[in-house]
Design a protein around this ligand. Structure first.
Ligand code: F6P
Length: 341
């Protein structure tokens, strides 16, 4: 019997390292055969799969994205759900599926697993918002890219005496903004966990400017001013019915410029944060998770996924990944806030 692997949801640097590690360990230790489903659950539903062997995974851990392709296809919602997946697995002699994905994907995996499907999982997201694991691969790369970008934005800020705003991803949590903002020495870090007034932002910008600095602000896409009821979004909903966030930086810039008289520009980093080569930290984490999830599949520990606790790879149930977003604790924000302005 073969093991299937799929990557679902947004791509994250390190996905290929997970795939490579699982395949190489399985082949080396057990002569295990693998297949890869193309484009997440879509490939399962459409029976679109490819053989995955040593040759296919050669040298891929340094490649960003996923060699299998991904999508945000929901396996339920008119796509056949567990019956269709069971049928495809049986016809292709697939005993279990390793599901690599974020919260939406793991929620679907939990539902399918409750219906008796033999699934094991690996948490994945650049947002680092899954509570069952201390870090997800992809996060470190996204933070590094955001930090490098802010270092570059400072060049223009310093040269023109402008206020520069970098908008980063992260959905409803501020981890990417917090870490990249601290690393880049931003004068304000605006995150979804901390509603903030425009007056406060102006105070930080003015204070930095008065000291002769070009103010640098990092804002998370899910940030809300204290006057807002929802995060800014203008691009509809994704396949799981969640709003596609983005654009808050461009909303803040003209207000800051008008109120301070400081020329202000916003840059949305967007998918650049998910692109390119994974950092070595992400490659190592992804490789360890890939090897560990293979053990879960061989041990038939259905409904379980691998996670990082401290420096150890542990096993947790799908349900532990869900419902509870891992938000930035107050203490982490407070320590960063001391240096704002
Ligand atoms: O969850 C990862 C993430 O990059 C979020 O930070 C962002 O809000 C979202 O995915 C973007 O999704 P898409 O690639 O579908 O536009």
């Amino acid at each position: 019997m073969r093991i299937g692997i799929l990557t679902s949801g947004g791509d994250a640097p390190g996905l290929n390292a997970v795939i490579r590690a699982a395949v190489l360990k399985g082949q080396t230790l057990n002569g295990q055969e693998f297949v890869g489903f193309k484009n997440g659950w879509k490939g399962v539903i459409e029976e679109d799969l490819i053989p995955l062997g040593r040759h296919e995974v050669r040298g891929i851990s340094k490649q960003g994205g996923t060699i299998l392709g991904t999508s945000r296809t929901n396996p339920f919602e008119g796509n056949g759900g567990p019956d269709r997946i069971r049928e495809v697995m049986a016809r292709n002699e697939i005993e279990s599926i390793i599901v690599i994905g974020g919260e939406g994907t793991l929620a679907a995996a939990k539902r399918l697993s409750d219906e008796g499907l033999p699934l094991v999982g690996v948490p994945k997201t650049i947002d680092n918002d899954i509570s069952a694991t201390d870090y997800t691969f992809g996060f470190d790369t996204a933070v590094q890219i955001a930090t490098d970008s802010m270092d570059r934005l400072r060049t223009t800020g310093d040269s023109h005496g402008r206020c520069m705003i970098a908008e980063v991803m992260g959905r409803h949590v501020g981890w990417i903004a917090l870490h990249s903002g601290m690393a880049a020495g931003a004068h304000a870090i605006l995150i979804p966990e901390q509603k903030t007034s425009m007056d406060q932002i102006i105070e930080w910008v003015t204070s930095a400017h008065d000291r002769g600095r070009a103010p640098l602000i990092v804002v998370s896409e899910g940030f809300e001013l204290d006057t807002m009821d929802d995060p800014h979004h203008e691009r509809g909903l994704d396949a799981f019915g969640r709003p596609r966030l983005g654009g808050i930086g461009e909303k803040l810039a003209p207000v800051i410029e008008e109120r301070t008289g400081i020329e202000t520009r916003a840059t949305t980093l967007g998918h650049i944060q998910r692109g390119g080569t994974p950092t070595s930290y992400d490659r190592v984490l992804a490789t360890r998770l890939g090897m560990a999830v293979l053990d879960l599949a061989l041990d038939k520990q259905w409904g379980q996924m691998v996670a990082l606790h401290g420096t150890d790879i542990v096993t947790v149930g799908f349900e532990e990944a869900l419902g509870n977003l891992k938000t930035v604790p107050q203490a982490r924000y407070d320590e960063a806030r001391i240096l704002f302005g």
